[in-house]
Design a protein around this ligand. Structure first.
Ligand code: FES
Length: 105
């Protein structure tokens, strides 16, 4: 049950205790984190769950081919830290990790 810290574009922070195995998107929505829309409910078909993860964290898994394509449709700038949060599974190693939520989805 790692604690993940979400940081919104306005600087507001929210600590979320997430369950391992669920997606980061599911954990965020369940906790009421604002700024994540998730229109397709985790099907990797909308890119409205875009978040910025620490690309050096080493615990977010690889970007799949389809996710990589969908990251071309994010409303906010894609960076090296960009991921679709529905495609990233919560793992224990995420304890204390910060995830930034973009200003628009
Ligand atoms: S919820 Fe639609 S791509 Fe993640």
């Amino acid at each position: 049950m790692p604690k993940i810290i979400f940081i919104n574009a306005d600087g507001a922070t929210r600590e979320v205790v997430a369950s391992t195995g669920q997606s980061v998107m599911e954990a965020a929505l369940a906790a009421g984190v604002s700024g994540i829309v998730a229109e397709c409910n985790g099907a990797a078909a909308c890119a409205t769950c875009h978040c910025y993860f620490d690309s050096n964290a080493g615990c977010t898994g690889e970007i799949g081919e389809h996710e990589n394509e969908m990251l071309g449709f994010t409303a906010s700038e894609r960076t090296a830290d960009s991921r679709l949060s529905c495609q990233v599974r919560v793992v224990a190693e995420m304890e204390g990790m910060t995830i930034r939520v973009p200003s628009v989805q």
